[in-house]
Design a protein around this ligand. Sequence first.
Ligand code: UTP
Length: 313
Amino acid sequence: MIKNTSATANSAETDGAKSSRNKVRKAVLPAAGLGTRFLPATKAQPKEMLTVVDKPQIQYVVEECVTSGIEHIIIVTGKGKNSIEDHFDSAPALERFLEEKGKKDQAEMVRKISNMVQVSYTRQKEPLGLGHAVLVARDLVGDEPFAVLLGDVLIPGPNPATKQLINVYESTGVGAIAVEEVPKEKTHLYGIVDGEPAPQPPFGERLLRIRELVEKPKPESAPSNLAITGRYVLPSAIFDCLERTKPGAENEIQLTDALRILAREQGLWAYIYDGVSYDAGHKLGFLKATVELALENLEFGAAFRSYLKTLKL
Ligand code: UTP
């Protein structure tokens, strides 16, 4: 059962200690996968660096962290992923070149990418699964709660899913994972949550206590149509759960298997976040993200919409 460790302590001092212990400052972005669903584009470049409209996917994810108040991002990279590090590094020669050409706005934009947040890198030597990638970040995270954001899932918008999960964690002291409704006939494509409604202010009906997590169930046996979305806020206890997780599907260490242990031992919330996600890690999802985000673009969204209307579909 989920233990509510929210601020009900007797003294203000205990309250303070508790809330600082619950503060979520770090995020892990696993980006070491091979991106095989996106071949041949990902033969020599990371899928997290593929551009959606005007910036690489992983920049959207880093920006979500920054808007959510994250202070330190740990990106898990692997072979062939150096361009991710280059993207968030400073680029003095490029900045100087742009300044000299009088392109101050562009120079500022380039500078902002490397200054927006502290980023550390660690390498997953082999892509042994999402769970394994998170475990690789253990030392850099230490003994504190942290967020996990998949580097190829975009959830743009002013109210980031990660911030919503942080609010849940910081007020309850219990881990939370983002879920969203999917069509019942598509449950076999997702990790699906079996959750018991556990409404409480200010989260209301969006909060569910996780009973079980089911990997890709057929529609007729799915316990719900709530799919795991690629955003998590977890206590450091997840690392011990990952240590105890044996390789599962595709011989990989699955994060979902470790979450199941965490849910059983310490409780775990599913939170129906407010927002829209794009799984840009495969071709169709990437195209949908590109079209929808291009339509919202302030600079050329209107022109793009007019262009789409001219297509004979
Ligand atoms: P995916 O399963 O979408 O990525 O994992 P993948 O393995 O690269 O994709 P395919 O199936 O071969 O096309 C979600 C995120 O987790 C990272 C990926 O880089 C991606 O951002 N990941 C996955 C790791 O960091 N390590 C792994 O071993 C697996």
